[in-house]
Write a protein that binds this ligand. Structure first.
Ligand SMILES: Nc1ncnc2c1ncn2[C@@H]1O[C@H](COP(=O)(O)OP(=O)(O)O)[C@@H](O)[C@H]1O
Ligand SMILES: [Mg+2]
Length: 291
């Protein structure tokens, strides 16, 4: 079981420090994030949850080094993050494979970037195939992105990120486009890999069950503009976790209902369509199945 880890602020492995993000728009600056502050320990699994448009991807992009915060910043092992780096692999929401390369070659590119001087060619080939098999894509490794489905592309993106053995794994709704069975398999694999390698993970999700199953802490964001961290929920369920035994676990269900209460009562988001109002769907949203 993972123990609760407490670290002094200045020693945090990953320190997201008082971030503001203002996007320039035609009508002036739009303050998407205000005072987002979070210290993350090595090996922690963090889920970011909040309504659509609140700023989750913006936080992730800042940690990835793709966006520069307007105020504040990110420190990884006390070094400022200003650009992307291989120790922080990203799985994007819209899979981002190079269309002219096969699945194998897309993973190979990342593996070469990290392991070129460390692994022999034969070792690299084994490692690439291992990661493709892990996401059940061994059979299609020589197909190009336009020859496979959206869910399959997403799995290649996950294999590519895992194959880099990153210290920090940043995932933006990584399993959103997968069918339920593949999603469950990927969640279980991710838990196994993470407990083996002790990667630090930040995962954005819309799925309350996924957040509780996988996380050490669930970070719940308020609605924007000026979105910030509303509440943080500690998930102290013993590991390894099994979805079946957790279904009847009282603590699991308490945590689940805390997240639901935050999203549906405290941060209830009402959108107006032609004068009618409707609550933004977050749980049990329709999933796009692979086909
Ligand atoms: N490049 C940008 N320029 C202007 N506004 C942006 C930009 N990127 C995001 N935003 C705005 O910032 C807010 C947060 O966006 P985002 O981080 O994508 O939300 P989430 O991932 O939670 O759905 C939204 O209101 C969005 O419209
Ligand atoms: Mg997003």
């Amino acid at each position: 079981m993972k123990s609760a880890k407490t670290t002094a602020d200045n020693q945090a492995f990953l320190n997201i420090s008082q971030i503001d993000m203002v996007f320039p728009t035609d009508t002036g600056g739009f303050t998407a994030l205000k005072d987002v502050d979070l210290k993350i320990n090595k090996g922690e699994f963090i889920s970011l949850i909040g309504h659509s448009g609140c700023g989750k991807s913006t936080v992730l992009n800042i940690v990835a080094g793709l966006y520069q915060a307007t105020k504040g910043g990110v420190l990884l092992k006390n070094k400022e993050v200003n650009e992307p780096g291989p120790e922080r692999a990203v799985v994007f929401q819209n899979h981002s494979l190079l269309p002219w390369l096969t699945s194998y070659q897309n993973v190979e590119l990342a593996v070469k970037q990290v392991f070129n001087k460390i692994m022999s060619n034969a070792e690299m080939k084994d490692w690439i195939e291992h990661n493709l098999n892990l996401v059940h894509m061994g059979h299609a490794m020589h197909k190009r992105p336009d020859e496979i489905s959206g869910g399959m592309k997403q799995r290649i993106g996950i294999a590519r990120a895992l194959a880099m053995q990153p210290e920090v794994l940043l995932m933006d709704e990584p399993f959103g486009a997968l069918d339920a069975l593949t999603r469950a398999h990927m969640q279980d694999s991710l838990m196994e890999i993470q407990s083996e390698l002790n990667n630090t993970v930040i995962m954005i999700t819309h799925d309350v069950d996924e957040a509780v199953l996988l996380s050490d802490r669930i970070v719940m964001m308020t609605n924007g503009p000026e979105a910030t961290i509303g509440e943080i929920l500690d998930v102290k369920l013993e590991r390894p976790r099994s979805r079946l035994s957790l279904a009847k676990n009282l603590e699991y269900n308490r945590l689940r209902s805390e997240v639901l209460t935050f999203l549906y009562e405290k941060q209830r988001k009402v959108e107006s369509f032609n004068g009618k109002t409707s609550v933004s769907p977050v749980v049990n949203q329709k999933r796009v199945n692979e086909n």
